[in-house]
Design a protein around this ligand. Structure first.
Ligand SMILES: Nc1nc2c(ncn2[C@@H]2O[C@H](COP(=O)(O)OP(=O)(O)O)[C@@H](O)[C@H]2O)c(=O)[nH]1
Ligand SMILES: [Mg+2]
Length: 273
């Protein structure tokens, strides 16, 4: 199923996967970015299942446990980077800038996302989509982890996004996604915490990217406790949605900055020619 949203004169196509588009084929390295905060007991399960289509694993680590030691033991070629500032959003942004792949997949380290789903995400990038987001609430997806409170919060925030952007997305606050690295700048990410996933989706819509939703099964965290606080992090996602809404001051400012950046780049081209 495909829907089309219009934002600021740009078209954004959202596809739910019930067929496979075979438009432009892409290739290139695949980087997997994983934020970790004290996941030593879960990481072996995750890294042990990373499929061969992944060329590089980038861990963004904020742990005080043996996460790094465990990472190198499981996968000696892992790259570990530090984040600047606290929170999952800061971690992912540091990981995205550090990775070398043309296609970037992000997933959690707590065992709630199975790496065996990665080829599915990459497949849709390879076949013409710019941004592929996992969904727990479409046919074929599911969650064995989410609480009623979180589900209600996710649904409310999702409804708001669907109304603001005229879309019919089925999930919002879920951190299993993949995108083409060329669009990292267009995603224009500033989120520091658990609002990062919502910001990625709404900026992908605003930028007019071709978006696919693919079914994903969220498993229970294998051990340890979630770092998310439903009320405070939910409020943070809400603030991000409202601040970045279409035609708000901050959206217009960042679009203007990008336009100035593009113009400056064009002006400087003849010098290099
Ligand atoms: N590097 C880094 N990773 C984080 C931070 N907060 C959470 N994570 C990681 O982000 C992923 C999701 O966090 P989690 O606590 O499971 O949140 P939940 O899935 O929303 O309940 C896990 O891999 C965490 O280890 C952080 O501040 N820094
Ligand atoms: Mg989790």
């Amino acid at each position: 199923m495909t829907t089309t949203a219009r934002q600021n004169g740009k078209r954004s196509t959202v596809k739910r996967v019930d067929g496979v588009s075979t438009q432009s084929r892409r290739s290139g390295l695949v980087s997997l970015v994983i934020p970790t905060k004290n996941e030593a007991r879960n990481l072996a399960w995750v890294l042990g299942q990373v499929p061969p289509c992944v060329d590089e694993v980038v861990l963004v680590d904020a742990s005080i446990d043996a996460t790094r030691t465990m990472a190198f033991a499981c996968r000696p070629d892992v790259r570990v980077v530090d984040q600047i500032g606290p929170g999952k959003g800061n971690a992912l942004r540091a990981g995205f800038s550090a990775c070398r792949g043309d296609r970037i997949v992000m997933m959690d380290a707590d065992g709630s996302m199975s790496p065996t789903e990665i080829p599915h995400f990459v497949h849709f990038l390879d076949n013409g989509y710019d941004y592929v987001k996992g969904s727990r609430f479409m046919g074929g997806g599911g969650s064995l982890d989410i609480t009623r409170l979180r589900q209600a919060g996710n649904r409310g925030l999702l409804t708001m996004v669907n109304l603001l952007y005229h879309t019919n997305l089925t999930d919002l606050c879920y951190g299993y996604c993949a995108f083409d690295r060329r669009f990292l700048e267009h995603l224009d990410l500033t989120a520091e915490g658990f609002d990062i996933e919502a910001q990625m989706t709404i900026h992908a819509l605003t930028a007019g990217l071709r978006i696919a939703e693919v079914p994903s099964l969220e498993l229970p965290r294998r051990s340890g406790r979630s770092n998310l606080h439903a009320f405070s992090d939910g409020r943070c996602v809400l603030r991000t949605i409202l601040r970045d809404r279409p035609n708000s001051g901050s959206t217009r400012r960042s679009q203007a900055m990008r336009a100035i950046g593009a113009a400056a780049h064009e002006v400087s081209l003849p010098e290099h020619a």
